[in-house]
Design a protein around this ligand. Structure first.
Ligand SMILES: Nc1ncnc2c1ncn2[C@@H]1O[C@H](COP(=O)(O)OP(=O)(O)OP(=O)(O)O)[C@@H](O)[C@H]1O
Ligand SMILES: [Mg+2]
Length: 368
């Protein structure tokens, strides 16, 4: 089993820079997710690992082997795309065995491989059907089966679930996770869905405009986002970002101006230490919706700060209710308990856990 190393990878199409010096190293057996908005370069990077795209500059290694100029068929990888690209005229069985036939694998071994992978993916009853006779989820399984029978060193997935409906996506996500736990192969998985990234990855590379903004575990990305981009991309609803400035009134706080009068969010340590002596400095205050609750929503927490806002919209989701208000001209979303009674147009008493707050530099967007 092999890890993957990307060193200073650049990709230009003419004068358009699509990848701008990517450095990433994946451990063997890791499930790495590349996530980022449309056009940020995820598929290009994956295709470079696959050998389907050449790079302008840099080096790619699979294990200890430099593969920068090795053709795809000699890289020992299998790829699953968003469009499953199954052969429409061949049965499921032949779709799965076709690659083995081409490589001259003997018939008994082919049958054994199909039986194993069909059992693993629960597609035994489908083996004699044609792709047109399958549901989207079943086609997705067949595409995975075809990749799995190759028993490669490295699996590459490019948005394999994006053609499925919401419920099936969640089911298949769990299946893929189970599968990885079972086979323990290295996986690089591309998605623009941050929930998919959080749930599947051992580590996530968050990409933006050809750069990797952060490469870390899901917990680290969520709890300690490197910058405003990562903070607002990962999380649903996203982190609230308020513009304010540091004030010192016997303790450091972030003051957010508002037409109803300024609100001062007191900063506990270590946040306060990160802006010591910086009174007057412009900052962005990041508050995850779940750290803002109704009063008594988080009794055992120190560093609570209470404030009141008028509710503009109420969005029940079942387990939680989203309360939407505004502060300093920006929207503020709180995730409260359904039993916290709120009324549109009425003031609501919020409490925010300031120990969970994040501070970012207003200019660079870097976390402080
Ligand atoms: N052959 C090409 N020539 C010129 N520009 C290209 C070419 N292929 C891709 N690009 C550009 O490179 C950028 C990155 O494309 P890429 O397909 O890697 O994005 P992505 O992150 O996978 O996006 P999506 O989530 O939409 O699939 C895009 O701006 C795209 O327009
Ligand atoms: Mg893509």
């Amino acid at each position: 089993m092999s890890g993957v190393t990307l060193e200073n990878v650049w990709k230009r199409f003419g004068t358009t820079e699509v990848l701008k010096g990517i450095d990433l190293a994946f451990e063997p057996g890791e499930f790495v997710v590349l996530v980022g908005p449309s056009g940020c370069g995820k598929s290009t990077l994956l295709n470079i690992v696959a050998g389907l795209e050449t790079l302008t500059e840099g080096e790619v290694r699979i294990g200890d082997r430099v593969v920068t100029h090795v053709p795809p068929k000699d890289r020992d990888i299998a790829m699953v795309f968003q469009s499953y690209s199954l052969y429409p005229t061949k049965s499921v069985r032949r779709n799965i065995t076709f690659g083995m036939e081409m490589r001259g694998v003997d018939k008994a071994k082919q049958d054994k491989s199909v039986a194993d992978v069909a059992a693993l993916l629960h597609i035994e009853p489908l083996l004699d059907r044609k792709p047109a006779q399958l549901s989207g989820g079943q086609r997705q399984r067949v595409a995975m089966a075809r990749a799995l029978v190759r028993d490669p060193d490295l699996f590459l997935f490019d948005e394999p679930l994006s053609n499925l409906d919401a419920k099936l996506r969640i089911e298949m996500r769990t299946e893929i996770k189970k599968l990885h736990q079972r086979i323990q192969k290295s996986v690089i998985y591309v998605t623009h869905d941050q929930i998919e990234a959080m749930t599947l990855a051992s580590r996530i590379a968050v990409m933006d405009q050809g750069h990797v903004r952060q490469f870390a575990t899901p917990d680290e990305i969520y709890e300690n986002p490197a910058d405003l981009f990562v903070a607002s991309f990962m999380g649903s609803p996203p982190m609230n970002i308020l513009s304010g400035r540091i004030v010192d009134e016997g303790g450091l706080a972030v003051e957010v101006s508002d037409e109803a009068g300024p609100v001062r969010f007191p900063l506990p340590d270590p946040l306060a230490r990160s802006v010591a002596g910086a009174a007057g400095r412009s900052v962005k205050l990041g508050l995850r919706p779940e750290t803002i609750t109704g009063r008594d929503g988080q009794q055992r927490v120190a560093d609570l700060f209470a404030f009141e806002r008028r509710i503009e919209v109420i969005e029940p989701t079942g387990p939680d209710t989203m309360l939407i208000t505004s502060l300093g001209g920006e929207e503020l979303i709180a995730r409260v308990r359904p039993e916290d009674r709120a009324q549109v147009g009425q003031p609501f008493a919020f409490e925010v856990n300031m120990a969970k707050a994040k501070l970012f530099d207003a200019e660079s967007g870097r976390r402080l």
